[in-house]
Design a binder for this molecule. Structure first.
Ligand code: AMP
Length: 354
C-alpha cells in the first residue's frame, strides 16, 4: 500500500460509455476523480466525470495532455489503438497492463494463451483465406462459428456455418477480415466469473452468474448460476489462474460455457463487464469499486454476495418504462437517443439468499 493513490488523485479512463460512467461514479464515492478520454461528445461518462477530453485516439497532443493530467490510466473497452497506448504508457502506468489488452484484442492470441495455461477452449483454427476455411472445416466440422479475430462484440462479426458447403458465403460475409473458425460448443448454459486482482496479487472472485443472450446481446444475468459445487469451484479457479498468469491488476470478465465434459472459456474481457452489473445491488463492494480499488493500488474489497440477483439489460425501447421499475435497482446511462439494440440501462432485482 506504499504506492497507492490518495483521495483527490485522478484516474484516466479511455472510453466514455456506460462502463466509464459507472467507474466514474464508483471513483467519486472513494474520493477519487476521473478524466475521460472519448472521441464522441455528450458520452454517458462525460455527465459524471471530473474532466473530459473529447478527441480521437490519433490525436497525439490530446493524448499527451490527458496522460500528464492523471495518475494512472485504465480503460472501458479493448480496442484501443496500440500507438495511443504507447504514448500514454511513456507518461503514466496503464492498468490492467498491455499484455492482457493485446491478448483480448485478438481471438487467436487469446485462445493460444488460454491453451498454454491448460485452460480448455473450443477447437479453433486461424483463417486467412477461403481455402484455409475449407481445410479447417474438414477437421473442425460443422456446425461451427466463423468470427473476426478483432473488433467483434455483442455477436457482431460472426457467422454460423451449418454446412461445410457454406464456406464461401461465410468468408464473404466477414469481408475478408482475418478470422478464427470455432467448433460449435453444445453448452448447457453460459456463465461468467467477474474476477479482480490487486497490485499485491490478491484475487477476489464474485460468484459466477448465468447469462442469457437475446439477438446476440446479453439479456439477463442470474446469480447464483445453476452449477454443481465442483463446477463453481472450477470456474473461480480458472479465473484466478488467468489473472495470475497475466500478473493482472483490475477487474476481468471471464465468459465460460458449461458442458458435460467440463468448462470451456469462450472469451476474456480485461475490464468491468456487463455480466457483473448485478454486483451493484447484491454485493457491498461492486465490480466498479473493485476495479477502481485495484487500479488505484488499494487493497481489494469484500466481493461477497448478500442477495440473489437477476440483472436485466434495458435494450432500446425497454428503457421507456423506466418510471415503472420501483422495487429494483435501476441504472440508466443517460443516452439521449433510444435506438434498437442500444444498451440504455439495466435493472437489478434482488431477493434474499435462502
Ligand atoms: P462471443 O462474441 O464470442 O462472446 O459470442 C457471442 C455468443 O455467441 C456467445 O455468448 C454464445 O452464446 C455464442 N457462441 C460464441 N461462440 C460459440 C461457440 N464456439 N459455440 C457455441 N456458441 C457460441
Amino acid at each position: 500500500m506504499t504506492d497507492h493513490l490518495k483521495p483527490g488523485s485522478t484516474i484516466g479512463i479511455l472510453g466514455g460509455g456506460q462502463l466509464g460512467r459507472m467507474l466514474s461514479v464508483a471513483a467519486a464515492r472513494l474520493g477519487l476523480k476521473t478524466h475521460i478520454f472519448e472521441p464522441s461528445a455528450d458520452a454517458p461518462a462525460s455527465h459524471v466525470a471530473y474532466r473530459v477530453t473529447t478527441a480521437n485516439y490519433d490525436d497525439t497532443n490530446a493524448l499527451v495532455t490527458f496522460a500528464r493530467s492523471v495518475d494512472v490510466v485504465t480503460y472501458e473497452f479493448e480496442n484501443i489503438p496500440t500507438e495511443a497506448l504507447d504514448i500514454i504508457e511513456s507518461i503514466c502506468p496503464i492498468r490492467p497492463g498491455r499484455r492482457a489488452l493485446a491478448i483480448s484484442q485478438d481471438r487467436i492470441a487469446e485462445k493460444a494463451f488460454l491453451s498454454q495455461i491448460d485452460i480448455k477452449v473450443a477447437p479453433y483454427a486461424q483463417i486467412d483465406s477461403v481455402e484455409n476455411l475449407q481445410a479447417a472445416l474438414t477437421t473442425i466440422g460443422a456446425p461451427s462459428i466463423l468470427k473476426t479475430r478483432r473488433f467483434g462484440y455483442d455477436g457482431k462479426g460472426q457467422v454460423r456455418i451449418t454446412d461445410a458447403g457454406d464456406a464461401e458465403s461465410a468468408y464473404a460475409a466477414l469481408k475478408g477480415a482475418p478470422a478464427v473458425l470455432e467448433g460449435f460448443v453444445n453448452f448447457e448454459r453460459e456463465i461468467s466469473v467477474i474476477a479482480a486482482r490487486g497490485i499485491d496479487g490478491a484475487v477476489v472472485c464474485y460468484d459466477p452468474g448465468e447469462n442469457v443472450h437475446k439477438d446476440g446481446i446479453l439479456d439477463t444475468t442470474t446469480v447464483p448460476a445453476t452449477l454443481a459445487a465442483g463446477q463453481h469451484m472450477d470456474a473461480v479457479l480458472m479465473a484466478g489462474k488467468i489473472l495470475n498468469a497475466l500478473d493482472y491488476v483490475g477487474v476481468m470478465g471471464v465468459e465460460l460455457f458449461v458442458t458435460p465434459e467440463g468448462l470451456i472459456v469462450n472469451e476474456i474481457a480485461p475490464r468491468v463487464h456487463n455480466t457483473g452489473h448485478w454486483t451493484q445491488n447484491a454485493s457491498v463492494v461492486d465490480q466498479f469499486e473493485q476495479h477502481i480499488r485495484a487500479v488505484a493500488g488499494w487493497q481489494l474489497g469484500d466481493g461477497q454476495r448478500h442477495a440473489n440477483a437477476v440483472m436485466t439489460n434495458l435494450i432500446g425501447d425497454d428503457v421507456l418504462s423506466y418510471a415503472d421499475f420501483t422495487g429494483a435497482g435501476l441504472h440508466l446511462y443517460g443516452k439521449a437517443d433510444v435506438k434498437p439494440g442500444r444498451k440504455m440501462g439495466h435493472v437489478n432485482r434482488i431477493s434474499p439468499i435462502e
